[in-house]
Design a binder for this molecule. Structure first.
Ligand code: NAD
Ligand code: TYD
Length: 366
């Protein structure tokens, strides 16, 4: 039986991970630590909260004393670190929060883990610090370049990617210098339930439902490698259960898509979804999709500065050593994601706060 501290567990991937873990390992204790920033939402984990094997703690990863107390009091043996500022566009407009949370916050967690696990417990218990990172630390690829492997040199281009790269280095340094048992995963773009609607896929789905423009940056030919969020959780599970302490693992879906193609695909699927009588009634504002013409909403806007052209993950190591495979194909995963947003309108309307609308309006000048 394990006792997990999941930072950022009220965000997109962290909440999916907490749900995945509760279902797969019902005897394990899962404690979510989350500061509930604009991206964190207690509704994401509401269904987990009635179990005595689950606890939500509202707090900041920068609070080293709090984290140490949690490690001691709940005898945490596994720390899974998702908490971060995660949106590239926000990092371009205001990098400070990214430096603070992603770098200083990760360092604060490392210090707490070192103090309790290594100094107080004298390294006698089996523990693990797993750091959840991104493929964006590797920079950008040309059209014919091979996909990123675990040995691709780091070359981050956005403040977000640079802050994640710095945190990866700190995690590694704590292993090399102090012997903290760490693992790191670098994953490609995730999609699925509870994805905050400022990111491409949920933004396109929810904007179609409100008949708003679909902003496509630049020529729309940038490529991302999309993975269903539960497959990411499964990859982290395999890493946590392995004895490969000190190793980094790439997680990806072998699923490269140009942004414009993904936007067009979603438009087609939304046109189809609006043929359903229930959906037609539920979303009367979705005028373009109701007419089978959601693609009319596509609007090319100014490109993101320093926009990485292509990401692609080579997950051979994770497949060969840990037996990682994806369970969700993109054809099924994207339909599941769309269906989730159709069935959870209250959720995405609730997270679209005033702050969110202001951000979107400022961002796209729409
Ligand atoms: P998210 O923005 O949806 O969630 C982040 C969560 O962290 C939120 O619940 C937020 O409240 C919490 N948080 C932020 N600052 C905090 C702080 N100082 N203390 C405590 N909690 C804090 O992000 P996500 O998309 O779920 O990403 C989770 C992790 O996975 C991040 O580390 C991100 O870099 C990484 N990642 C994301 C993707 C992706 O496609 N979304 C891909 C690869 C890796
Ligand atoms: P995003 O979901 O923000 O993830 P990331 O920047 O971490 O890859 O964006 C995915 C891709 O979609 C990225 O190339 C930027 C592009 N994009 C748009 O074209 N329009 C949008 O409105 C958004 C949010 C993203």
């Amino acid at each position: 039986m394990s006792r997990l501290l999941v930072t950022g567990g009220a965000g997109f991937i962290g909440s999916n991970f907490a749900r995945y873990w509760r279902a797969k390992y019902p005897d394990d204790m899962v404690i979510v630590l989350d500061a509930l920033t604009y991206a964190g939402n207690r509704a994401n984990i509401a269904d987990l909260e009635d179990s005595d094997k689950f606890l939500f703690v509202h707090g900041n990863i920068l609070d080293q004393t709090l984290v140490e107390e949690l490690l001691r009091k709940h005898e945490i043996d596994t720390l899974v670190h998702f908490a971060a500022e995660s949106h590239v566009d926000r990092s371009i407009l205001g990098p400070d929060a990214f430096i603070e949370t992603n770098i200083v916050g990760t360092h604060s967690l490392l210090k707490a883990a070192r103090r309790v696990w290594l100094e107080e417990w004298e390294g006698k218990r089996t523990v693990r610090f797993h750091h959840v990172s991104t493929d964006e630390v590797y920079g950008t690829l040309g059209p014919d370049d091979p996909a990123f492997t675990e040995t691709t040199p780091y070359a981050p281009n956005s403040p977000y990617a640079a802050s994640k790269a710095a945190s990866d280095h700190l995690v590694r340094a704590y292993m090399e210098t102090y012997g903290l048992p760490v693992t790191i995963s670098n994953c490609s773009n995730n999609y699925g339930p509870y994805h905050f609607p400022e990111k491409l896929i949920p933004l396109v789905i929810t904007n179609i439902l409100d008949d708003r423009p679909l902003p496509v940056y630049g020529d729309g030919l940038q490529i991302r490698d999309w993975l269903y969020v539960e497959d990411h959780c499964r990859g982290i599970d395999l890493i946590l259960k392995s004895d490969k302490v000190g190793e980094c693992f790439n997680i990806g879906g072998d699923n490269e898509w140009a942004n414009i193609d993904i936007v067009r695909l979603i438009c087609g699927l939304m046109n189809q979804a609006m043929q359903d009588e229930g959906n037609r009634k539920a979303f009367p504002k979705a005028e373009s999709a109701l007419k089978g013409k959601a693609e009319n909403l596509i609007t090319f806007v100014t490109d993101r500065p320093g926009h990485d052209r292509r990401y692609a993950i080579d997950a051979t190591k994770t497949k060969m050593i840990l037996g990682f495979t994806t369970k969700e194909s993109f054809a099924t995963g994207i339909r599941k994601a769309i269906q989730w947003y159709l069935e959870n309108e209250t959720w995405w309307r609730d997270v679209q706060t005033g702050e969110y609308r202001q951000w979107i309006a400022q961002q796209y000048d729409l």
